[in-house]
Design a protein around this ligand. Structure first.
Ligand code: FE
Ligand code: MN
Length: 334
């Protein structure tokens, strides 16, 4: 029998998940379940008080919060649409699709989080959900990703043939590595830095949950990309590798610009340069994850960020969640 392939496998029945070939897809699915959460579980009471208080937050802290809510609110639906309308169609392997369904649900939870934040803080939803049109450095990031993932949105696109497989890998990198793996991270760092100063801890905790979800999305995306490349090594030419490195460098410039615009003077104890160093550090890790050489060689200026994403270090955290979910099962439904 011919070996199974992750794309373009005519023998794969999308409805027959067992036995599995790509066990990492299963693993990511399980990790997603272990980080189950919904925004309403997190109290916004203290955030509401801090937000309403006339002088608890500085003007630039308020601006930074609004900017990040603005960026993420549309980025989440953008990624959800990409996933459901494009990626799912081309990835027919059943264990990968099982993960994609989980990821799609998580993106819905993330969008819901920004609805919840707007509601509880009394923000103007038109302002927040329209910032991808009105704020240039947000608009540029979104436009960059939309442009990068154009091929797979074409209704006539198929993954047959070397050139198309390469385009597919290109778009997956745009979507998973650049959007979810780079463009989310300056925002994560800013919101978690605020949380560490006990400012807007409710939103901070929600960003922490989102970041854990996103780190799994990214891991799945990289495994998917690496597997396609391994099974189709002819697409991974030196020219193509260089093209990807150049794309990532462009993305880093945009993300650093966003970081400076959202937070020009840094935050208490953190200067704006450190946010930009963090973006470069993150970009190197993404490059390595898809077997490309590092570009920036920066030290991680925020070691506390990896503690927030490292799922293994969060054992107790997860045990608490599991208990809460079990008790939720005894709720009475009317
Ligand atoms: Fe998300
Ligand atoms: Mn995601």
């Amino acid at each position: 029998m011919k070996k199974k392939r992750i794309i373009n496998d005519s023998q794969t029945d999308p409805n027959k998940i067992l036995p599995m070939t790509y066990l990492w897809a299963r693993e990511h699915y399980k990790n997603g379940i272990a980080n189950n959460w919904v925004p309403e579980e997190i109290s916004m009471q203290q955030d509401v008080e801090q937000w309403r208080s006339p002088d608890f937050l500085t003007e630039r802290e308020r601006r930074l919060i609004i900017w990040n809510l603005g960026f993420f609110s549309t980025a989440e639906s953008l990624t959800a649409n990409n996933l459901v309308l494009a990626v799912y169609r081309h990835v027919t392997n059943p264990e990968c699709r099982q993960y994609l369904l989980r990821q799609a649900y998580e993106e819905a939870v993330h969008t819901d989080t920004f609805i919840y934040c707007c509601d509880s803080l009394g923000l103007d939803p038109d302002e927040i959900f329209n910032m991808y049109n009105t704020i240039p450095s947000i608009a540029q990031k979104d436009a960059f990703v939309i442009n990068l993932t154009k091929s797979i949105f074409d209704p006539n696109f198929s993954t047959q043939g070397k050139e198309n497989i390469r385009r597919f890998v290109h778009d997956l990198i745009g979507y998973y590595v650049i959007m979810e793996g780079i463009f989310f991270y300056a925002g994560f760092a800013m919101m978690l830095a605020l949380k560490r100063q006990n400012k807007m801890v409710g939103i901070g905790e929600q960003f922490e949950y989102i970041m854990r979800d996103e780190s799994i999305h990214l891991a799945f995306g990289c495994d998917l990309i690496n597997t396609i490349v391994k099974e189709n090594p002819e697409v991974w030419t030196e020219d193509f590798q260089n093209e990807i490195v150049e794309l990532i460098k462009k993305a880093v410039i945009l993300e650093k610009k966003y970081a400076y615009d959202a937070c020009p003077e840094g935050l208490l104890g953190i200067n704006a340069q450190q946010f930009s160093d963090y973006v470069e550090y993150i970009a190197d890790r993404r490059l390595e994850r898809i077997d490309l050489p590092k570009v920036y060689y920066k030290e991680n200026p925020f070691p506390w960020m990896s503690q927030s994403t490292d799922l293994n270090k969060e054992k107790n955290f997860f045990e608490t969640r599991v208990t809460e979910y079990q008790s939720a099962g005894s709720l009475e439904w009317e």
